[in-house]
Design a binder for this molecule. Structure first.
Ligand SMILES: Cc1cc2nc3c(=O)[nH]c(=O)nc-3n(C[C@H](O)[C@H](O)[C@H](O)COP(=O)(O)O)c2cc1C
Length: 241
């Protein structure tokens, strides 16, 4: 299938063929492809829980309000945001970037580039991703408003806005995963109709994690796609400027 075929093949499938298993290794490979999705500042603040265990699937089905897409799923993948890992991630990127600069930058530029990355990942990212009951967001907002009087600046710095940034990046990984699955003619349905407390309990997740989306997986059964695909006219969403 070419890209157009794959994108047309991917549909939200609500009923899977329970007699047709899918290969765990292939789903895992699609998750490796999902990791190639871009993330803001390359922070990679997400994780995927690939659920194949029947007892956990049953718990997740209940958490997904017993929707048919969950009830008949062969496997599920729970995408989780991990803003709490910002320090570890920033440290790992900084270490990698230092080597990256040394390997790929002209020697006269290396010191400056390493210093820039130390400022970005050593100071700015930890300051941006840190949370403290919404208060740090206000501090950042005030700083940005002041600096923004004199020059262009990223203004989405409140705790709610940064949380959105983390979910945006995670959703790109989710879509990459679903496209990779479609390429293998494996079906998926993205779900946000779930009880996040029950999902976290089923997966024993730390309290400060958030569930981005649950993707149910399997092979479509007849009637698994609920009718024709609807999209608003392209002209309504396309604006050439
Ligand atoms: C973030 C998100 C949440 C969704 N949640 C659900 C859900 O809880 N239950 C469901 O049956 N479909 C859910 N869907 C699937 C959409 O209804 C579906 O993608 C949309 O109708 C378009 O159909 P298509 O994916 O076949 O093109 C969700 C999709 C997205 C992107």
């Amino acid at each position: 299938m070419n890209l157009k075929d794959i994108l047309n093949y991917r549909r939200a499938v609500r009923l899977y063929d329970e007699t047709q298993p899918i290969e765990t290794e292939k789903v895992r490979e699609c998750l490796e492809f999902a990791q190639l999705a871009p993330t803001s500042s390359n922070m990679q603040l997400w994780e995927a829980y690939h659920v194949t265990d029947k007892s956990v699937l049953a718990k997740l089905t209940e958490a997904c309000l017993s929707q048919s897409a969950a009830k008949t799923a062969q496997q599920m993948v729970v995408f989780v945001t991990r803003q709490d890992l910002y320090k570890e991630r920033a440290k790992a990127i900084l270490e990698f970037e230092k080597g990256n600069v040394q390997r790929n930058s002209p020697s006269e530029r290396q010191a400056k580039r390493i210093k820039d990355r130390e400022t970005y990942y050593g100071k700015l990212m930890p300051f941006l991703y840190r949370r403290c009951f919404g208060l740090l967001g206000w501090v950042r907002k005030i700083m940005v408003l002041s600096i923004g009087l004199f020059r262009p600046i990223v203004r989405q710095v409140s705790e709610a806005e940064v949380r959105t940034v983390v979910h945006k990046s995670c959703a790109l990984a989710v879509q990459t995963f679903m496209i990779a699955m479609a390429e293998k003619q494996y079906d998926t349905c993205p779900l946000e109709g779930f009880d996040s407390k029950l999902v976290k309990k089923a997966l024993k997740l730390p309290s400060d994690t958030e569930i981005n989306m649950i993707i149910t997986c399997g092979i479509r059964k007849e009637g698994g796609i609920w009718g024709e695909r609807f999209r608003v006219p392209f002209e309504e969403i396309y604006h050439q400027v």
